[in-house]
Design a binder for this molecule. Structure first.
Ligand code: ZN
Length: 330
């Protein structure tokens, strides 16, 4: 595809179709829960680092043309014939004025003009324009951090860093990321987009709107789970209190790296169990009690314990996770 698109770069409609297919695959539906602009951002800026096909292909094609503009190959002669005026008015390099000029270039060369305007390429230096990898990096470096409610820049950066912590499993990273973006397909989320005719929490005698905050923190069921897990969290990480900022956004107090890792893994497992029990209740009509929800969380936490046991040895893993206490507490 790359070779073909360097000869005949795809038009905007084709790139849009490719992007649409990519996002349908990611979300497993035509309904996209987060803006594409955010999805393309790197992890540390709150995105998911989804490849931007249009940016990738257009920047590659532009760099190839720019590099060969002053060459003496047969293609370079044709390039100057077809697209000389696009480069000439920018005064990047001096191009020979002799030879014929095509006043209405074929559409693949019009893409060069589009790339210059869309990605503001006039602001880059010549060395960057010649190097496709550097050009792509420089364009991406202009992206800004995705804000989170009222948080400062540093706090937001720390949240995105912890949400994508390398020791978390991909499933937990995705869930935490969706919680921060408030894009979990809860009833409230779907009701606002006219995908559901109910907004309330599916649990019995809970008449509140089912928002992400309600599901993970405010719901009576969630509160009972967090209360029961309090001792476990205290033993493993030393944290004596919890609030919605710690649970939903990983705004953690000062802890050493190991305690921070244990706390993040524990919180992720509990959030995952809450989300799973809610889905089982909604789609399979099966009510799971608080104790079983905690057991579900512990089964996921056990994976982290096993990983540590493999990496650090049984003795060290036992002292980190206090595994013998799990059975005593639950
Ligand atoms: Zn509820």
């Amino acid at each position: 595809m790359l070779y073909l698109s360097l000869v005949f770069p795809p038009c905007e409609l084709t790139t849009k179709r490719l992007q649409r297919t990519l996002f349908e695959f990611i979300w497993s539906s035509k309904f996209e829960k987060v803006k594409r602009q955010i999805m393309h951002k790197p992890h540390h800026l709150g995105g998911k680092d989804v490849p931007n096909i249009k940016l990738f292909l257009y920047s590659k094609f532009f760099s190839l043309c720019f590099k060969n503009l002053t060459a003496f190959s047969p293609w370079a002669h044709f390039l100057r014939y077809a697209a000389r005026h696009i480069f000439r008015k920018r005064k990047w390099v001096s191009i020979s004025q002799t030879g014929p000029v095509l006043l209405s270039p074929p559409k693949q060369y019009l893409i060069l003009e589009k790339a210059i305007r869309t990605y503001d390429l006039e602001t880059f230096d010549i060395d960057t324009l010649k190097n496709p990898r550097k050009l792509l990096q420089q364009i991406k470096s202009k992206e800004t951090m995705t804000p989170i409610s009222y948080y400062s820049y540093n706090r937001t950066a720390s949240v995105w860093k912890l949400v994508n912590a390398p020791y978390l499993t991909n499933q937990h990273k995705d869930l935490s990321w969706m919680i921060v973006h408030e894009c979990l397909p809860t009833r409230d989320f779907q009701y606002r987009r006219r995908l559901s005719n109910m907004q309330t929490c599916p649990r019995n005698q809970c008449n509140s709107d089912e928002t992400t905050m309600h599901l993970i923190w405010n719901c009576d069921f969630a509160q009972q789970v967090w209360k029961e897990c309090g001792e476990l969290i205290k033993f493993c990480s030393g944290l004596t209190f919890l609030n919605h900022e710690i649970v939903l956004h990983a705004i953690l107090p000062n802890l050493n790296k190991e305690k921070e890792r244990v706390l993040l893994c524990t919180l992720s497992c509990i959030k995952s169990a809450l989300w799973k029990t809610r889905n089982i209740l909604l789609f399979k009509r099966d009510y799971i009690i608080v104790r079983d929800c905690i057991r579900l969380a512990l089964s996921e936490l056990y994976m982290y314990y096993l990983l540590d046991m493999k990496k650090l040895g049984k003795k060290r893993a036992l002292s980190i996770w206090n595994f013998h206490l799990w059975k005593m507490l639950f």
